[in-house]
Design a binder for this molecule. Structure first.
Ligand code: NAD
Length: 351
Protein backbone atom coordinates (compact mmCIF):
# COMPACT_ATOMS: atom_id res chain seq x y z
CA UNK A 1 0.00 0.00 0.00
CA UNK A 2 1.18 3.59 -0.64
CA UNK A 3 1.23 5.45 2.67
CA UNK A 4 1.95 9.07 3.52
CA UNK A 5 3.15 9.68 7.09
CA UNK A 6 3.65 13.14 8.56
CA UNK A 7 6.06 13.51 11.49
CA UNK A 8 7.76 10.22 10.66
CA UNK A 9 11.09 11.29 12.17
CA UNK A 10 9.49 11.81 15.59
CA UNK A 11 8.99 9.30 18.37
CA UNK A 12 5.67 7.68 17.37
CA UNK A 13 5.89 8.49 13.66
CA UNK A 14 9.24 6.72 13.37
CA UNK A 15 7.84 3.62 15.10
CA UNK A 16 5.02 3.67 12.53
CA UNK A 17 7.44 4.13 9.62
CA UNK A 18 9.63 1.25 10.82
CA UNK A 19 6.59 -0.99 11.12
CA UNK A 20 5.12 -0.02 7.73
CA UNK A 21 8.41 -0.61 5.92
CA UNK A 22 8.83 -3.96 7.71
CA UNK A 23 5.32 -4.89 6.54
CA UNK A 24 6.24 -4.15 2.91
CA UNK A 25 4.41 -0.85 2.35
CA UNK A 26 5.64 2.10 0.28
CA UNK A 27 6.15 4.97 2.69
CA UNK A 28 6.53 8.69 2.09
CA UNK A 29 7.62 10.50 5.23
CA UNK A 30 6.93 14.24 5.39
CA UNK A 31 8.79 15.89 8.24
CA UNK A 32 10.07 19.43 8.81
CA UNK A 33 12.91 18.13 11.01
CA UNK A 34 12.24 20.45 13.91
CA UNK A 35 14.26 19.95 17.10
CA UNK A 36 12.05 16.86 17.68
CA UNK A 37 12.83 15.10 14.39
CA UNK A 38 15.79 12.73 14.31
CA UNK A 39 16.83 10.85 11.19
CA UNK A 40 18.50 8.16 13.31
CA UNK A 41 15.05 6.85 14.24
CA UNK A 42 14.36 5.87 10.63
CA UNK A 43 17.92 5.17 9.47
CA UNK A 44 17.28 1.50 8.72
CA UNK A 45 13.91 2.12 7.04
CA UNK A 46 15.52 4.89 4.97
CA UNK A 47 17.87 2.40 3.34
CA UNK A 48 14.84 0.67 1.77
CA UNK A 49 13.73 1.47 -1.78
CA UNK A 50 10.19 1.57 -0.38
CA UNK A 51 10.99 4.73 1.61
CA UNK A 52 10.82 8.31 0.37
CA UNK A 53 11.56 11.37 2.50
CA UNK A 54 10.22 14.87 1.91
CA UNK A 55 11.54 17.60 4.16
CA UNK A 56 8.65 20.03 4.39
CA UNK A 57 6.45 21.93 6.80
CA UNK A 58 2.85 20.72 7.00
CA UNK A 59 1.65 24.33 7.07
CA UNK A 60 3.16 24.90 3.59
CA UNK A 61 0.19 24.33 1.27
CA UNK A 62 2.22 24.08 -1.95
CA UNK A 63 4.63 21.60 -0.40
CA UNK A 64 1.76 19.45 0.90
CA UNK A 65 0.07 19.44 -2.54
CA UNK A 66 3.39 18.25 -3.98
CA UNK A 67 3.74 15.61 -1.27
CA UNK A 68 0.34 14.16 -2.18
CA UNK A 69 1.20 14.26 -5.88
CA UNK A 70 4.57 12.58 -5.27
CA UNK A 71 3.20 9.80 -3.06
CA UNK A 72 -0.33 9.13 -4.40
CA UNK A 73 -1.29 7.74 -0.98
CA UNK A 74 -3.99 5.22 -0.18
CA UNK A 75 -3.56 6.01 3.52
CA UNK A 76 -2.42 9.14 5.35
CA UNK A 77 -1.24 8.98 8.96
CA UNK A 78 -1.00 12.53 10.24
CA UNK A 79 1.28 12.72 13.28
CA UNK A 80 3.40 15.83 12.69
CA UNK A 81 2.90 18.14 15.64
CA UNK A 82 4.54 20.15 18.34
CA UNK A 83 4.12 17.67 21.17
CA UNK A 84 5.72 18.92 24.38
CA UNK A 85 3.30 20.48 26.90
CA UNK A 86 6.01 22.50 28.72
CA UNK A 87 7.11 24.10 25.45
CA UNK A 88 3.48 25.01 24.67
CA UNK A 89 3.30 26.93 27.95
CA UNK A 90 6.49 28.87 27.14
CA UNK A 91 5.57 29.54 23.49
CA UNK A 92 2.11 28.57 22.25
CA UNK A 93 2.45 30.25 18.83
CA UNK A 94 4.21 27.42 17.03
CA UNK A 95 1.70 24.95 18.49
CA UNK A 96 -1.15 26.89 16.90
CA UNK A 97 0.74 27.13 13.61
CA UNK A 98 1.73 23.47 13.32
CA UNK A 99 -1.02 21.63 15.14
CA UNK A 100 -3.97 23.76 14.08
CA UNK A 101 -3.01 25.57 10.87
CA UNK A 102 -0.81 22.67 9.75
CA UNK A 103 -3.66 20.21 10.20
CA UNK A 104 -6.03 22.44 8.23
CA UNK A 105 -3.47 22.58 5.40
CA UNK A 106 -3.14 18.79 5.49
CA UNK A 107 -6.92 18.40 5.36
CA UNK A 108 -7.20 20.78 2.41
CA UNK A 109 -4.43 19.00 0.53
CA UNK A 110 -5.98 15.62 1.31
CA UNK A 111 -9.42 16.77 0.20
CA UNK A 112 -8.20 18.11 -3.16
CA UNK A 113 -6.22 14.93 -3.76
CA UNK A 114 -9.11 12.67 -2.67
CA UNK A 115 -11.62 14.43 -4.92
CA UNK A 116 -9.36 13.79 -7.89
CA UNK A 117 -9.19 10.03 -7.31
CA UNK A 118 -11.20 7.50 -9.33
CA UNK A 119 -14.35 6.33 -7.50
CA UNK A 120 -12.96 2.99 -6.24
CA UNK A 121 -9.81 4.63 -4.85
CA UNK A 122 -11.87 7.40 -3.28
CA UNK A 123 -13.89 4.77 -1.44
CA UNK A 124 -10.78 3.04 -0.11
CA UNK A 125 -8.80 6.17 0.93
CA UNK A 126 -8.37 6.86 4.65
CA UNK A 127 -6.91 9.83 6.58
CA UNK A 128 -5.91 8.99 10.15
CA UNK A 129 -5.47 11.94 12.48
CA UNK A 130 -3.40 10.95 15.50
CA UNK A 131 -4.38 12.85 18.63
CA UNK A 132 -4.13 12.71 22.39
CA UNK A 133 -6.27 11.98 25.44
CA UNK A 134 -5.25 15.43 26.74
CA UNK A 135 -8.07 16.97 24.67
CA UNK A 136 -10.52 15.68 27.29
CA UNK A 137 -8.97 17.72 30.11
CA UNK A 138 -8.45 16.31 33.56
CA UNK A 139 -10.10 13.70 35.80
CA UNK A 140 -10.49 13.54 39.55
CA UNK A 141 -9.37 10.37 41.28
CA UNK A 142 -12.80 8.72 41.34
CA UNK A 143 -13.98 9.80 37.86
CA UNK A 144 -14.59 7.17 35.18
CA UNK A 145 -12.00 7.08 32.39
CA UNK A 146 -12.36 9.18 29.24
CA UNK A 147 -14.57 7.70 26.54
CA UNK A 148 -14.87 8.98 22.99
CA UNK A 149 -18.00 10.86 24.13
CA UNK A 150 -16.29 12.75 26.95
CA UNK A 151 -16.66 16.47 26.16
CA UNK A 152 -13.47 18.26 25.17
CA UNK A 153 -11.97 20.46 27.91
CA UNK A 154 -8.31 21.02 27.02
CA UNK A 155 -6.23 22.82 29.65
CA UNK A 156 -2.78 23.38 28.13
CA UNK A 157 -2.00 25.24 24.90
CA UNK A 158 -0.78 21.89 23.49
CA UNK A 159 -4.04 20.14 24.38
CA UNK A 160 -6.09 23.06 23.02
CA UNK A 161 -4.20 23.02 19.72
CA UNK A 162 -4.78 19.26 19.38
CA UNK A 163 -8.44 19.65 20.34
CA UNK A 164 -8.85 22.32 17.68
CA UNK A 165 -7.21 20.04 15.13
CA UNK A 166 -9.59 17.21 16.07
CA UNK A 167 -12.55 19.54 15.51
CA UNK A 168 -11.18 20.51 12.09
CA UNK A 169 -10.91 16.85 11.12
CA UNK A 170 -14.47 16.25 12.27
CA UNK A 171 -15.65 19.24 10.22
CA UNK A 172 -13.86 18.03 7.08
CA UNK A 173 -15.64 14.68 7.48
CA UNK A 174 -19.06 16.20 8.12
CA UNK A 175 -18.84 19.05 5.62
CA UNK A 176 -16.83 17.62 2.76
CA UNK A 177 -17.12 13.86 3.32
CA UNK A 178 -13.36 13.31 3.65
CA UNK A 179 -12.93 9.72 4.90
CA UNK A 180 -11.00 10.53 8.06
CA UNK A 181 -10.80 9.03 11.55
CA UNK A 182 -9.42 10.41 14.79
CA UNK A 183 -7.45 8.41 17.35
CA UNK A 184 -6.89 9.70 20.90
CA UNK A 185 -4.13 8.01 22.79
CA UNK A 186 -2.67 8.13 26.28
CA UNK A 187 1.02 8.68 27.10
CA UNK A 188 3.32 6.64 24.89
CA UNK A 189 6.71 5.29 25.89
CA UNK A 190 9.40 3.25 24.18
CA UNK A 191 12.66 3.56 22.25
CA UNK A 192 13.60 6.72 20.29
CA UNK A 193 11.56 9.12 22.47
CA UNK A 194 12.92 12.66 22.64
CA UNK A 195 15.20 13.11 25.68
CA UNK A 196 13.03 15.97 26.99
CA UNK A 197 10.10 13.62 27.80
CA UNK A 198 9.53 12.10 31.25
CA UNK A 199 10.92 8.58 30.92
CA UNK A 200 14.09 9.49 28.97
CA UNK A 201 14.64 12.39 31.40
CA UNK A 202 14.44 10.06 34.39
CA UNK A 203 16.90 7.63 32.79
CA UNK A 204 19.34 10.39 31.72
CA UNK A 205 19.39 12.19 35.03
CA UNK A 206 19.57 8.94 37.02
CA UNK A 207 22.51 7.57 35.05
CA UNK A 208 24.44 10.83 34.98
CA UNK A 209 24.16 11.28 38.75
CA UNK A 210 21.92 14.36 38.58
CA UNK A 211 18.69 15.15 40.43
CA UNK A 212 15.72 13.27 38.96
CA UNK A 213 13.05 16.02 38.66
CA UNK A 214 9.42 15.22 39.51
CA UNK A 215 6.72 17.90 39.22
CA UNK A 216 4.82 18.95 42.38
CA UNK A 217 4.27 16.04 44.73
CA UNK A 218 4.31 13.52 41.89
CA UNK A 219 0.67 12.56 42.44
CA UNK A 220 -0.45 13.29 38.87
CA UNK A 221 -1.72 10.13 37.22
CA UNK A 222 -1.03 9.12 33.64
CA UNK A 223 -1.91 6.04 31.62
CA UNK A 224 1.04 4.51 29.74
CA UNK A 225 0.97 2.69 26.40
CA UNK A 226 3.92 1.03 24.68
CA UNK A 227 4.50 2.85 21.39
CA UNK A 228 4.34 -0.27 19.19
CA UNK A 229 0.88 -1.05 20.60
CA UNK A 230 -0.23 2.45 19.64
CA UNK A 231 1.15 1.91 16.13
CA UNK A 232 -0.84 -1.31 15.79
CA UNK A 233 -3.92 0.51 17.04
CA UNK A 234 -3.72 3.28 14.47
CA UNK A 235 -2.98 0.80 11.66
CA UNK A 236 -5.99 -1.29 12.68
CA UNK A 237 -8.20 1.79 12.86
CA UNK A 238 -7.11 2.67 9.32
CA UNK A 239 -8.18 -0.71 7.99
CA UNK A 240 -11.28 -1.58 10.00
CA UNK A 241 -12.36 1.62 11.74
CA UNK A 242 -15.38 3.62 10.61
CA UNK A 243 -14.74 6.95 8.99
CA UNK A 244 -15.92 9.92 11.01
CA UNK A 245 -15.41 7.91 14.18
CA UNK A 246 -13.06 8.46 17.10
CA UNK A 247 -11.10 5.66 18.79
CA UNK A 248 -9.37 5.92 22.16
CA UNK A 249 -6.20 3.91 22.81
CA UNK A 250 -4.80 3.35 26.28
CA UNK A 251 -2.53 0.95 28.10
CA UNK A 252 -4.72 0.02 31.10
CA UNK A 253 -1.69 1.16 33.08
CA UNK A 254 -2.47 4.14 35.28
CA UNK A 255 0.43 5.24 37.48
CA UNK A 256 1.21 8.29 39.56
CA UNK A 257 4.28 10.06 38.19
CA UNK A 258 6.18 9.38 41.40
CA UNK A 259 5.16 5.71 41.27
CA UNK A 260 6.41 5.44 37.69
CA UNK A 261 9.68 7.20 38.50
CA UNK A 262 10.28 4.91 41.50
CA UNK A 263 9.62 1.86 39.31
CA UNK A 264 12.15 3.09 36.76
CA UNK A 265 14.70 3.70 39.52
CA UNK A 266 14.22 0.18 40.88
CA UNK A 267 14.52 -1.35 37.42
CA UNK A 268 17.74 0.63 36.88
CA UNK A 269 19.02 -0.56 40.26
CA UNK A 270 18.48 -4.15 39.06
CA UNK A 271 19.97 -3.56 35.63
CA UNK A 272 23.02 -1.66 36.93
CA UNK A 273 23.72 -3.14 40.35
CA UNK A 274 26.09 -1.21 42.58
CA UNK A 275 26.14 0.91 45.71
CA UNK A 276 23.23 3.23 46.51
CA UNK A 277 19.78 3.61 45.06
CA UNK A 278 18.71 5.77 42.14
CA UNK A 279 15.57 6.71 44.12
CA UNK A 280 17.80 8.83 46.37
CA UNK A 281 18.28 11.24 43.43
CA UNK A 282 14.53 12.07 43.16
CA UNK A 283 13.79 15.76 43.74
CA UNK A 284 10.37 17.41 43.66
CA UNK A 285 10.33 20.59 41.55
CA UNK A 286 7.81 23.42 41.12
CA UNK A 287 4.69 22.06 39.45
CA UNK A 288 3.78 22.82 35.84
CA UNK A 289 1.03 25.51 35.66
CA UNK A 290 -2.40 24.03 34.91
CA UNK A 291 -1.00 20.52 35.41
CA UNK A 292 -3.84 18.05 34.76
CA UNK A 293 -4.31 15.74 37.74
CA UNK A 294 -5.28 12.53 36.01
CA UNK A 295 -5.75 11.03 32.58
CA UNK A 296 -7.33 7.62 32.16
CA UNK A 297 -8.56 6.11 28.92
CA UNK A 298 -11.44 3.77 28.29
CA UNK A 299 -10.38 1.91 25.16
CA UNK A 300 -13.50 -0.28 25.06
CA UNK A 301 -14.56 0.90 21.62
CA UNK A 302 -11.18 -0.03 20.13
CA UNK A 303 -11.52 -3.45 21.70
CA UNK A 304 -15.13 -4.02 20.62
CA UNK A 305 -14.97 -2.54 17.13
CA UNK A 306 -11.33 -3.02 16.12
CA UNK A 307 -10.38 -6.05 18.22
CA UNK A 308 -7.46 -3.99 19.57
CA UNK A 309 -6.06 -4.35 23.08
CA UNK A 310 -2.59 -3.46 24.34
CA UNK A 311 -0.30 -6.47 24.12
CA UNK A 312 2.67 -5.23 26.17
CA UNK A 313 2.31 -4.83 29.95
CA UNK A 314 3.88 -1.75 31.54
CA UNK A 315 6.44 -3.90 33.39
CA UNK A 316 7.55 -5.67 30.19
CA UNK A 317 7.49 -2.49 28.14
CA UNK A 318 9.43 -0.45 30.70
CA UNK A 319 12.07 -3.12 31.07
CA UNK A 320 12.55 -3.36 27.28
CA UNK A 321 12.57 0.44 27.02
CA UNK A 322 15.24 0.83 29.71
CA UNK A 323 17.36 -1.85 28.02
CA UNK A 324 17.15 0.11 24.78
CA UNK A 325 18.21 3.42 26.37
CA UNK A 326 21.00 1.72 28.30
CA UNK A 327 22.29 0.34 24.99
CA UNK A 328 21.94 3.77 23.29
CA UNK A 329 23.33 6.41 25.67
CA UNK A 330 24.08 8.62 22.66
CA UNK A 331 20.31 8.94 22.15
CA UNK A 332 19.83 10.56 25.55
CA UNK A 333 22.33 13.34 25.03
CA UNK A 334 24.33 14.96 22.26
CA UNK A 335 26.91 16.22 24.76
CA UNK A 336 29.95 13.88 24.64
CA UNK A 337 30.82 14.65 28.28
CA UNK A 338 27.32 13.75 29.39
CA UNK A 339 27.31 10.59 27.27
CA UNK A 340 30.48 9.55 29.04
CA UNK A 341 28.84 10.24 32.40
CA UNK A 342 25.76 8.25 31.38
CA UNK A 343 27.93 5.21 30.91
CA UNK A 344 30.11 5.74 33.95
CA UNK A 345 28.20 7.46 36.73
CA UNK A 346 27.52 4.33 38.71
CA UNK A 347 31.01 2.85 38.49
CA UNK A 348 32.61 6.18 39.41
CA UNK A 349 30.38 6.44 42.45
CA UNK A 350 29.34 9.85 41.14
CA UNK A 351 25.97 9.75 42.82
P1 NAD B 1 7.47 14.15 18.46
O1 NAD B 1 7.60 15.53 19.00
O2 NAD B 1 8.43 13.10 18.93
O3 NAD B 1 7.60 14.20 16.86
C1 NAD B 1 6.96 15.17 16.09
C2 NAD B 1 7.52 15.09 14.68
O4 NAD B 1 6.80 16.04 13.87
C3 NAD B 1 8.99 15.46 14.59
O5 NAD B 1 9.68 14.56 13.73
C4 NAD B 1 8.99 16.86 14.00
O6 NAD B 1 10.15 17.17 13.24
C5 NAD B 1 7.74 16.83 13.15
N1 NAD B 1 7.15 18.15 12.95
C6 NAD B 1 6.92 19.09 13.90
N2 NAD B 1 6.40 20.19 13.34
C7 NAD B 1 6.29 19.94 12.01
C8 NAD B 1 5.80 20.68 10.89
N3 NAD B 1 5.34 21.93 11.04
N4 NAD B 1 5.80 20.09 9.67
C9 NAD B 1 6.28 18.84 9.51
N5 NAD B 1 6.79 18.09 10.52
C10 NAD B 1 6.77 18.64 11.76
O7 NAD B 1 5.98 13.71 18.71
P2 NAD B 1 5.39 12.26 19.07
O8 NAD B 1 5.48 12.05 20.53
O9 NAD B 1 5.94 11.26 18.14
O10 NAD B 1 3.84 12.50 18.74
C11 NAD B 1 3.33 12.25 17.43
C12 NAD B 1 1.86 12.56 17.40
O11 NAD B 1 1.17 11.76 18.35
C13 NAD B 1 1.52 14.01 17.74
O12 NAD B 1 0.49 14.43 16.91
C14 NAD B 1 1.06 13.94 19.19
O13 NAD B 1 0.15 14.97 19.47
C15 NAD B 1 0.40 12.59 19.22
N6 NAD B 1 0.39 11.92 20.53
C16 NAD B 1 1.55 11.74 21.22
C17 NAD B 1 1.53 11.06 22.45
C18 NAD B 1 2.80 10.80 23.22
O14 NAD B 1 2.73 10.27 24.33
N7 NAD B 1 3.98 11.11 22.69
C19 NAD B 1 0.32 10.61 22.96
C20 NAD B 1 -0.86 10.82 22.22
C21 NAD B 1 -0.80 11.46 20.99
Amino acid sequence: MRILVTGGCGFIGSALVRRLIADGHLVTNVDAMTYAGDARAVAEAASSNAYQFIKADISDAAAMAEAFAASCPERVFHLAAESHVDRSIDGPGVFIKTNLVGTSVMLDAALKYWRGLPENERQAFRFIHVSTDEVYGTLQAADPAFTEDTPYAPNSPYAASKAGADHLVRAWVETYGLPALITNCSNNYGPFQHPEKLIPTVIRTALSGQDIPVYGSGENVRDWLFVDDHVLGMMTAAETGRTGRKYNFGGNAERTNIGLVRTICRLLDDKRPGAGKYEDQIRFVTDRPGHDLRYAVNAGRAKDELGWTPSVSLDEGLSATLDWYLAHPDWLSRDPAEIARLGLAREEGAR
